[in-house]
Design a protein around this ligand. Structure first.
Ligand SMILES: NC(=O)c1ccc[n+]([C@@H]2O[C@H](COP(=O)([O-])OP(=O)(O)OC[C@H]3O[C@@H](n4cnc5c(N)ncnc54)[C@H](OP(=O)(O)O)[C@@H]3O)[C@@H](O)[C@H]2O)c1
Length: 332
């Protein structure tokens, strides 16, 4: 059926300025790492994407290696864009990245200009677009000079293949160097994408304060700890879950479902319940309470999860008492 976007889509979503840039992002963004490859039913990919766009989510996060096989998430996204979302291209922020393994030989991963330029060209082709809105270096490269990697990002912007650039998985010290190089090149870093959730806290040490100081946005990935911070695993491992599906490509496995993690999730779920939220909603709200966060980058295997998660926006204020109880559980 032909798609027409919900005309109320901008009425309840919040849009946050990305660092000190002119760009605003929806407070929730949708990631296509899992559930959007050739192994996944295209009708479900489409339903999730359209539900997200109809709910005011304007930002879709991809990478060269997303989907099984690698690249298939970008191809499926391109299909849905062509069929349904094309009229809305100017209302959509498309992100892609390169850094992880994509093809054999010395130019198929990490951070050389050779790899990055080839990779963005491939991504544009797979998605059928002329440009991406944001292009990230996906992970730091210990061997390539940072100047070369950052100058490849700058080149993409000058060539009109990307509007903005970002970095992901960089620790604060190396991020600070990258920001300085990009600033010197005249292409300021728009955004940093770290792993950050109630269960993964390293960004709090010195990354978030650096981003605030340098006017760079922050979009935490895996804010639900891949599903651990939801009601999903509290009693058992459901057969349709990411863990039960035994996915490749870095997905959480059964070893992540530890007694400690489940006990913490069960205790957190009680606080969420008292707040009138699901655990997923509270886990997202807990991240969004920090004004330094531009957007939380969620994944979803069903459209209903988008509907559920988005309700975190109804309450992301926490009392001191709630924060203390949450901290006691997390540190326990
Ligand atoms: N830069 C990087 O290195 C990097 C690395 C990883 C991810 N990312 C990005 O971050 C995005 C999100 O990562 P993620 O998928 O790990 O995020 P996540 O939001 O922590 O986990 C998503 C999973 O949680 C479950 N879920 C989501 N909403 C739910 C709800 N309301 N109730 C119950 N369960 C719910 C679903 O699991 P089921 O599938 O079991 O239903 C879903 O697949 C990726 O798609 C990607 O764009 C970036």
């Amino acid at each position: 059926m032909e798609y027409t976007a919900n005309n109320q889509r901008y009425s309840s979503m919040e849009y946050r300025r990305c660092g000190k840039s002119g760009l605003k992002l929806s407070a929730l963004s949708l990631g296509l790492w899992h559930n959007f490859g050739y192994v996944d039913p295209l009708a479900n990919c489409r339903a999730i994407l359209l539900k997200a766009f109809d709910s005011g989510i304007t930002h879709f996060d991809l990478a060269n290696n997303y989907g099984q096989p690698s690249g298939s998430a970008e191809e499926n996204f391109g299909r849905i864009l062509k069929r349904d979302l094309h009229p809305y291209r100017d209302e959509i922020i498309i992100s892609s990245k390169a850094g992880y393994y994509m093809w054999p030989g010395p130019y198929g991963e990490w951070g050389s200009k050779k790899y990055l330029v080839a990779s963005i060209n491939q991504s544009l082709k797979r998605m059928g677009v002329d440009y991406v809105d944001i292009f990230y270096h996906h992970r730091p490269d210990p061997d390539t000079p940072l100047e070369e990697t950052m100058s490849a990002l700058d080149l993409m912007v000058r060539q009109g293949k990307a509007l903005y650039v970002g970095i992901s998985n960089y620790q604060a010290e190396e991020a600070a160097k990258a920001f300085a190089i990009l600033k010197g090149l005249g292409t300021p870093c728009l955004i940093h994408q770290p792993k950050y959730s109630m269960f993964v806290r390293w960004a709090e040490k010195d990354l978030l304060s650096l981003l605030e100081k340098d006017g760079v946005g922050c979009i935490p990935f895996s804010p639900l700890a891949q599903g651990l911070l939801t009601n999903k695993y509290l009693k058992e491992i459901p057969s349709d879950s990411r863990v039960a599906r035994k996915l490749e490509n870095g997905a959480m496995g059964e070893d992540a479902i530890t007694d400690v993690a489940i006990s913490k999730a069960q205790q957190l779920a009680k606080i969420a319940d008292e707040r009138g939220q699901t655990l997923a909603q509270m886990a997202l709200a807990w991240i969004l309470k920090d004004k330094r966060i531009t957007s939380v980058l969620v994944g979803a295997s069903k459209p209903e999860q988008i509907t559920d998660s988005i309700k975190c926006l109804n309450n992301y204020n926490f009392s001191d008492e709630e924060l203390k109880s949450i901290e006691n559980i997390l540190q326990g």
